[in-house]
Ligand binder design. Structure first.
Ligand code: C2E
Ligand code: MG
Ligand code: MG
Ligand code: MG
Length: 276
């Protein structure tokens, strides 16, 4: 494209690239500082049971509020953290903090002892040799029952390289469950289901968005829940924004859901109030 559109365009493209590289480097420095100075925090989005709307757990979502940049969304800083390796200390912090909060909320749990904490873990973290030991320590330090924790992995993180497969097994041996996040958006969703020990499927928002408007999407979403049931897996629908979607999903057989229709991600104090 740059070659065809003449010299001026090419120079413009180059300077755009440079700006982007500088911007990423600045963002990385800012993120490193934010992590050291504890400017990151977690918000928690409720996960509800579709049969009665009870809050049965939450998903921890990392937040970065920078004094000059304002709120930087995870879609911007998580990829930078992954490329730089900063995701390792960041991910350890998320796990520690989420386990401590979960341990408190488990005691407030209205549905008694079923409260689950979902934590996103990236491929890079999973490949770190100390991951299982760090996870064990986070649970022990927080006094959290492993059965209350769900590790969310995307299809791209669930590769079949032996080290990853071994870690996934080790996580489950601790009694922690595994959820496949953004299900249906990857390249090999079915291959993963056939070969990996997964406890929970989270069907991606892109399917939920279309279940009321597209028969084909609805058929796929229905088949996914049937597949999950026949494999003995729990199901969560992501990004539910309307009562109509919630009803459809429940009728299809989805048991749990998450989305702005039920609740936005909340600061920890708001979760305390919700559970009390
Ligand atoms: P995710 O794990 O799929 O998390 C769900 C995302 O969907 C969250 O975005 C949540 O705020 C958003 N969401 C939930 N319900 C709705 C809805 O009804 N409508 C819409 N439009 N959005 C909804 P968020 O917090 O911006 O996070 C984006 C992604 O960043 C996450 O996607 C996850 O992949 C990643 N992420 C966030 N925190 C962490 C973390 O601590 N570690 C890692 N490795 N990744 C994280
Ligand atoms: Mg997730
Ligand atoms: Mg997701
Ligand atoms: Mg997603």
């Amino acid at each position: 494209v740059a070659k065809d559109s003449g010299k001026g365009q090419y120079a413009y493209y180059r300077s755009g690239m440079k700006t982007r590289v500088v911007e990423q480097a600045t963002l990385l420095n800012g993120l490193r500082q934010a992590l050291n100075e504890r400017q990151l925090h977690l918000e928690y989005q409720p996960i509800v049971r579709l049969s009665d709307g009870a809050v049965i757990g939450v998903e921890a979502l990392a937040r970065w509020r920078d004094p000059t940049r304002g709120v930087v969304p995870p879609a911007r800083f998580i990829p930078i953290a992954e490329r730089s390796g900063l995701i390792l200390p960041l991910g350890r912090w998320v796990l520690d903090q989420a386990c401590r909060d979960a341990s408190r909320w488990q005691r407030l749990d209205p549905v008694r002892e079923q409260f689950t904490m979902h934590v996103n873990v990236s491929a890079h973290q999973l490949r770190e040799p100390t991951f299982t030991a760090d996870l064990h320590k986070a649970l022990t330090d927080a006094g959290l029952n492993p059965a209350a924790l769900v590790i969310e992995l995307t299809e791209t993180a669930m590769t079949d390289d032996p080290a990853t497969v071994e870690t996934v097994h080790a996580i489950r041996e601790l009694g922690v469950r595994i959820a496949l996040d953004d299900f249906g958006t990857g390249q090999s969703s079915l291959a993963i289901l056939a070969s990996c020990p997964v406890d929970v499927i989270k069907i991606d928002k892109s399917f939920v968005d279309q279940i009321t408007g597209s028969d084909r999407h609805a058929a796929v979403a229905r088949t996914v829940v049937q597949l999950a049931n026949s494999l003995g897996m729990e199901t969560v629908a992501e990004g539910v924004e309307s009562a109509v979607q919630a009803r459809h999903l429940h009728t299809m057989g989805y048991r749990q859901a998450q989305g702005f229709h039920f609740a936005r991600p909340l600061v920890p104090d708001a979760v305390d109030l919700l559970l009390e």
